[in-house]
Design a binder for this molecule. Structure first.
Ligand SMILES: [Zn+2]
Length: 158
């Protein structure tokens, strides 16, 4: 189906132009790099050229580190905020882009969990909309969380 391939091609071209337009409008310098990075102080993003939905999603995510919510806070929240911004500002948000988002957030959750420091924003914080996608849930109450972590021994007292 040539028609569809052509459509996809022009959609990706529009995505690449969209990234260029956002960067021009917000005075963000774009540099070509193999892995994504955002420098808030230099107002710079390092991204791979936008040639697919995935590279587009990642480019939006890196811009989200400059323009999105919850930046300069706990890293997991920064990641959630950058993805929040990416999804909100994308020309279109496809299943592949959502997959990229979920995989990326999950990798951060795993990274923090390994260090036993999954940061938990307050229940009701808008970031939970994103963090839930990565499989973590807001704590119900501090008390019950602590009780779960160290259950009292039963039937035995010292
Ligand atoms: Zn990020």
């Amino acid at each position: 189906m040539l028609g569809m391939a052509e459509n996809a091609k022009s959609a990706v071209k529009a995505m690449a132009r969209h990234i260029e337009a956002i960067c021009a409008f917000h005075g963000i310098r774009m540099k070509s790099h193999r892995s994504g990075l955002a420098d808030q102080d230099l107002r710079e993003i390092h991204i791979r050229p936008v040639r697919s939905e995935v590279t587009y999603a990642i480019a939006l995510h890196e811009i989200g580190h400059l323009l999105g919510p919850w930046q300069r806070s706990v890293s997991l929240l920064e990641e959630a905020g950058a993805w929040y911004w990416a999804r909100k500002n994308a020309l279109q948000w496809t299943p592949r882009m959502e997959k990229t988002l979920v995989a990326s957030l999950k990798s951060y959750v795993v990274w923090f969990a390994a260090r036993d420091e999954v940061p938990a924003p307050k229940p009701g914080h808008p970031s939970w909309k994103m963090l839930k996608l990565a499989g973590i849930r807001p704590p119900r109450r501090r008390k019950s969380a602590v009780a779960k972590a160290s259950p009292k021994p039963r039937g035995r007292r010292k």
